[in-house]
Design a protein around this ligand. Sequence first.
Ligand code: COA
Length: 444
Amino acid sequence: MNVGIDGIEIRTGRLKLDLPGTFAPAKGEDPGKYTKGLGLHVSALPDAYEDIVTMAANASRRLLERKNVSPADIGRIDVATESAFDNSKPVSTYVAGCLEQVFDGDFTHANKGERKFACVSGTQVLDDAFNWVRAGRSRGRAALVVATDTALYARDDPGEATQGAGAVAMLVDRDPDLVSFGDAQGIGSVDETDFLKPNQQFPSVDGKRSMQVYLARMREALQDFARNGGDIHPDTFSLVPFHTPFPGMVRKAAALGFRHSIRDTSVEDRLADQIGRQPRPEAFDDHEAYLDGIKSYTDELRQTTTYEEWYERTVEPTLDIAREVGNWYSGSVHVARTAGLKHAFETDRALTGKNLLVASYGSGAQAEIHAETVQPGWRDEIAQLNIDEQLDRRYDLTFEEYEAIHDVHNHDETTDLEPFTTPTEEFVFDGWGRMGERKYTYVE
Ligand code: COA
């Protein structure tokens, strides 16, 4: 059975913070840290009337309308987030409530839930939907899957540099228009304390450690994927979307992944004249010396034309949107897939039948790797995205305005602020109900 993503929509927060132009000078930092080091230009941030529900509902509305799908056609709604504001009532119920304001019919019959495992939960909800359809329990209906987050850090935390806010809505169904999922899956999962939110809004982060954990779990997931029958040869994949907290992280992960996947292949043989063969652990007496050897080999590998061409073709295009929006946590790898496909569409690449290797990661910590095959309807699907218009219309914050909007979204502050933008044809946060629930309205 051919099951995968039938349609995708991206919704960015309506504000933007220029990192090299506004944030770096205010922090007394060199703009190069952002543009060259982290690879980020802009953080997307939510306006005063936006949150994880409005962004999820706005992305979902456009997706269902565009695909001509009614509530009766949806059998489940699953939301992935690490920014939830309720420990009991899932965000998917709020999203369904919003959509019922504008669509005929309701989602009474739809199974709703919320998934949590930091950023990898956005891929776990896809996986759940895939299994549900494959198990024959969908009865011809599709799953609406949404990854939505406001990735905000405490002021002056190093993570503040990588903030972002947005939602990705996806329809999972049989005979999908965009990509189908392969069966092989690789997991690397270990109990880690690199990034967590123990009943607090902003994360406790050990940033440098989280980068090491990302790489370690990704390597395990790649090994597991290969063990489970997955083909990891670099020529197999036209695009390799990674979880992208910031593009600089992906630059590191891509080099490690490429090195691992060329081991014992003709690619390693061809490169041997230039940079030798990869060090093997059995050739070293101690582990430290092996790690030094493998680091030098990777540094040289990154300089080769073979690597540069592979990276330019398969990874670089997936970073186009991330650079302009920052980290969207659970949505981030799905933004990367979309950016890669959008770039392929704009440069007229023939992708039908070609493969993607999708590499997800969540702190705490787990990586997941699976393959996808691009479907014949992909060009029509990608042509309908409006992300460029959304990016262009964002309000550009001054540093003082950024401080004010950060306070508005800080649950410990009670700041009231006039929105910077005017909502039109979208769901907005509209105050609190009698039991402390958040309320939403559709604005014409
Ligand atoms: N020109 C070029 N590059 C520069 C630069 C400049 N002027 N200034 C700094 N850089 C580079 C640094 O060398 C570094 O690159 P490297 O890692 O390849 O060495 C990069 O920019 C970041 O600079 P750094 O000083 O390390 O930033 P930081 O101390 O503020 O921390 C993070 C960066 C990622 C650890 C921090 O933003 C964080 O905690 N983020 C949240 C957690 C996260 O996203 N983890 C990722 C896994 S999920």
